[in-house]
Design a protein around this ligand. Structure first.
Ligand code: GLV
Ligand code: MN
Ligand code: MN
Length: 411
């Protein structure tokens, strides 16, 4: 069975070498490596007969038109950007697997009675601009003007990056599809958690995706001489940020289901003998229940106020992202579960703590997701791994799903 996945494994390996950083895998929004990734994946899409183009935010779109002109469109996909020092499955699996599944349907001579669009979203991880889903927001016409002003570490704005990419003025895109023209969106993704491994299953269906909030926080105190300024007279921005990070950790530890992370921090001026005058960091807060997440955010806000007033610091919050929890479409998920049942003999549902392009796509069309077991639940790490046998199972599920949909759906 694993043989059927060899081609997919080769593609994942080759794409996993397309990077902005020598020696480790990092691809961020519209970076040179992202441009090369779109070229490579676009060439694989063309080989199976898809018509390929990029939209104005850099999403890669491969379309297989049905012979039935009035058919609706099924969208399959995931993202091609990565975190820093990433594994090669998070994102690319959901773009490449539909391509090999469509190749197999072509080999079998199956004519689908619906159009298929395979999407390689340009940005999902939120690495470069601390705001995730720029790709799917562009595709669904939900990109906000405020997102264009976000700056990367080099001070370049989203607008500047997009104007460079488009060779001129950038206009916020409208959705290309009306909901009535779509059948739904299906995303295949590694689980990034341990449930399937514990249950000894290769694949499972996703019932819901946790909501998340992300912020950029700036703490400002006063820089000064590290040797001469007495401890009692300091306004150390990093010490405030550090106390805040530990406080957030403790709130998350005592709130069931809550996860909260300070994942990136910069200190300035940034020298061994200078008291930190400013500290800027991210904050990512998630919960499957939106009310619980909001309550936690209130507690985190009060914590920041206490720390700032005791340490005589100022703090500024910028909300860079906010997504409520998403319940996957029951009918589309049931359809996917039927294929999982048929191929694997058993189907279970799993809740996703990670965010996915499906979150944004759910505003446009019904969403279903297939999770594939990954070793030790490890992800956002170069050792991320899904076995060829499990990939082969996922491929069979997608083929079965497309064939069943073709059988039950008549344009
Ligand atoms: C995307 O990988 C996320 O941060 O959930
Ligand atoms: Mn992902
Ligand atoms: Mn990810």
């Amino acid at each position: 069975m694993a043989d059927a996945a060899q081609q997919l494994v080769r593609m994942l390996d080759e794409l996993g070498r397309v990077t902005d950083e020598p020696g480790r895998l990092t691809r961020t929004f519209l970076s040179p490596a992202m441009r090369r990734a779109n070229k490579l994946v676009g060439s694989w899409m063309r080989e199976v007969g898809l018509k390929v183009h990029e939209d104005t935010v850099g999403n890669l779109i491969g379309r297989l038109a049905s012979k039935r002109r009035k058919a609706r469109t099924l969208v399959l996909g995931s993202h091609l950007d990565t975190v820093c020092d990433a594994g090669k499955y998070d994102g690319p699996l959901g773009v490449l697997l539909p391509i090999v599944a469509l190749a197999e349907l072509k080999r079998r001579g199956v004519d689908l009675p619906f159009h298929v669009e395979v999407l390689g979203f340009a940005e999902e991880e939120g690495v470069r601009f601390a705001s995730a889903y720029l790709g799917s927001e562009g595709y669904t016409g939900r990109l906000k003007a405020s997102a264009l002003n976000l700056r990367d570490a080099g001070g370049v704005t989203v607008r500047q990056v997009l104007e460079r990419f488009n060779g001129g003025r950038f206009r916020l895109p409208k959705a290309i599809h009306r909901p009535s023209n779509l059948l739904g969106y299906v995303e295949v993704h590694i689980e990034q958690g341990p449930v399937l491994e514990v249950r000894r299953l290769a694949v499972g269906v996703v019932s819901a995706i946790a909501g998340q909030s992300r912020f950029k926080l700036t703490w400002t105190g006063e820089a000064g001489h590290a040797g001469t300024t007495p401890m009692a007279l300091r306004r150390d921005a990093l010490a405030g940020a550090a106390e805040f990070a530990l406080g957030v950790e403790s709130i998350a530890r005592r709130t069931p289901g809550l996860v909260a992370t300070v994942g990136s921090l910069t200190v300035s001026p940034g020298a061994a003998n200078v008291i930190p005058g400013a500290a800027v960091h991210t904050l990512d807060v998630r919960h499957a229940d939106d009310r619980a997440r909001r309550r936690a955010l209130m507690a985190i806000g009060r914590l920041a106020t206490r720390i700032a007033s005791r340490r005589k610091l100022t703090r500024a919050w910028q909300r860079t992202q906010e997504n409520g929890a998403v319940i996957c479409s029951p009918p589309l998920t049931a359809q996917l579960a039927r294929s999982v049942q048929a191929v694997q003999g058993k189907s279970i549902s799993v809740v996703s703590g990670a965010g996915h392009d499906g979150v944004v796509m759910s505003a446009l069309t019904p969403v279903a997701m297939l999770f594939v077991r990954c070793r030790a639940g490890l992800s956002h790490h170069p050792d991320e791994y899904a076995s060829p046998k499990d990939l082969a199972m996922a491929r069979r599920v997608v083929i079965d799903f497309l064939e069943r949909l073709a059988g039950v759906h008549h344009g």
